[in-house]
Design a binder for this molecule. Structure first.
Ligand code: EPU
Length: 432
């Protein structure tokens, strides 16, 4: 396994190019199953999750290649319809192959993804949408078996108790591509990644209106063709580097970004004291100043994103006062709190909130990542902490941040990747 060793308390300065978006490319890769022709994607980030999705596409009979940011997918054996537990259980987004398989290959057997460390994460809304289009859905032995000789467009309400669903909207939108008539998804997720998926599908020949809003209309078409497409910039990588600039009192310009996607994050960063300049179209400059406390509540887009919650907890842990950060999307997504407290932070978790009393300084310590954004937040804490921080289990980070340590090094951080053999933890020994 690998860990990061960080010597903290250094300002970050310079510019960093933001990579292609993980959460945009994953459903787009699934969407390549909607055509029997070749798809070519550019600006694809080199991430563990992308490689896993390519493995799933191979399992589903596609030939794939990935070099220099370009992915080529060519379906060869379209009789394959099984996405196995071994692969799907490693990444929830892979459940997005269900809709395209059902639409284009008329049937699909896809493992249920299961829960994960950030919460229960059901897929009931994905299945509801497909049932309403006319699919027969059965769950047996941990697998979803879906089939339909013909799907028929319908008005579908896709809201759940926690609001809209991002990958659920993607899945149902893709399932409806060849449905007879018009499908209307009400309470659709309005995230920019879905707008980007709709742009890709439209380039392939789909007829979609309203993506990026709460109401998406899909008029069924006969077939889709292969196409070439460029993946949008990753707004969560951008948010993470923006916090890195602010937390280290640095001066960093993010390039290849869409400032509009980041308004809620930039607003809070500004409230927390950072100076922000986005007068250039695809750049944002962040100048770190004294860090002020602020309260944050996560919401679906365009609200403050749950994926930026952990990075902001790191930032506010060194603010000059009391902040409350509430996650309405994933109430249990606070695994980073205990690790940050090991670094001298003063954070209390209460229900779905972190109550943060800012401290003057964090002190470097060995800490452990638990999921993608929590691990990123520990790296951010390590960048500002006095002394050495070791962040273990960075395989979580490699799922969603392209060459994070190389980008941070270019900005002046002292961070190294080192191999280590994990020891059994005390709790494992007790359980054994
Ligand atoms: N939900 C349901 N039923 C469903 C689906 C979702 O009740 O069928 C609930 C969830 O439990 C949650 C809420 O709805 O409370 C929103 O979940 P959503 O389905 O929108 O999440 P997701 O599509 O599984 C995507 C991102 C996540 C991000 C969330 C929320 C991708 C590949 N993943 O997940 O990204 O946190 O939306 O914005 O797009 C990450 O990148 O670190 C990450 C976890």
């Amino acid at each position: 396994m690998y860990k990061f060793i960080i010597e903290g308390d250094r300002e970050l300065n310079g510019s960093v190019r933001i990579s292609g978006s993980k959460n945009a490319v994953l459903p787009i890769l699934a969407a390549t199953l909607l055509t029997n022709e070749q798809s070519v994607l550019h600006n694809v980030p080199d991430l563990a999750d992308v490689k896993l999705m390519l493995e799933i596409l191979e399992e589903l009979g596609c030939k794939t290649s990935f070099a220099n940011g370009t992915v080529v997918v060519k379906p060869i054996d379209i009789s394959r319809t099984l996405a196995s537990y071994e692969l799907v259980s490693q990444m929830r987004a892979s459940f997005c192959v269900l809709g395209p398989l059902l639409a284009n290959r008329k049937r699909a057997t896809v493992s249920l993804p299961g829960g994960c460390v950030i919460g229960v994460r059901p897929v009931d809304l994905h299945l509801k949408g497909m049932r309403e289009l006319g699919a027969k859905i059965e769950i047996e032995h941990g697998y979803v078996h879906a089939s339909a000789d013909k799907l028929v467009g319908k008005r579908i309400f896709l809201g759940g108790n926690a609001g809209s669903t991002v990958t659920g909207t993607a899945n149902v939108m893709m399932a409806a591509i060849f449905a007879e008539g018009t499908t209307i998804i009400e309470q659709a997720a309005p995230e920019p990644e879905l707008e980007s998926l709709a742009q890709f599908l439209t380039k392939m020949g789909a007829k979609i209106k309203g993506a990026g809003s709460h109401k998406i209309e899909i008029e069924g078409v006969e077939n889709l063709t292969g196409t070439e497409f460029t993946i949008m910039p990753d707004r969560m990588e951008a948010a993470t580097f923006a916090v890195a600039a602010a937390i280290t009192h640095g001066d960093v310009t993010l390039t290849n970004v869409v400032p509009e996607h980041l308004f809620a994050v930039l607003e809070k960063l500004n409230e927390a004291g950072a100076e922000i300049d986005f007068s250039n179209n695809d750049e944002i400059r962040i100048i770190g100043k004294d860090i002020r406390p602020t309260d944050i509540v996560t919401f679906p887009y365009p609200g403050f994103p749950t994926d930026a919650q952990a990075p902001f907890v790191a930032l506010l842990s060194v603010a000059s006062g009391l902040s409350i950060v509430t996650d309405t999307i994933y109430p249990d997504r606070f695994m980073h709190v205990a690790e940050m407290n090991r670094m001298g932070a003063n954070i209390r978790k209460q229900n779905n909130s972190a109550i943060i009393t800012g401290v003057k300084a964090l002190s470097g310590a060995p800490v452990m990542g638990s999921d993608l954004r929590a691990t990123a937040s520990l790296v951010l804490a390590g960048l500002v902490a006095k002394g050495t921080t070791e962040v273990h289990r960075i395989y979580h980070l490699d799922r969603g941040y392209e060459k994070m340590e190389v980008k941070l090094q270019k900005l002046g951080a002292q961070i190294e990747r080192a191999e280590y053999t994990p020891r059994r933890r005390k709790s494992d020994r007790q359980a054994a």
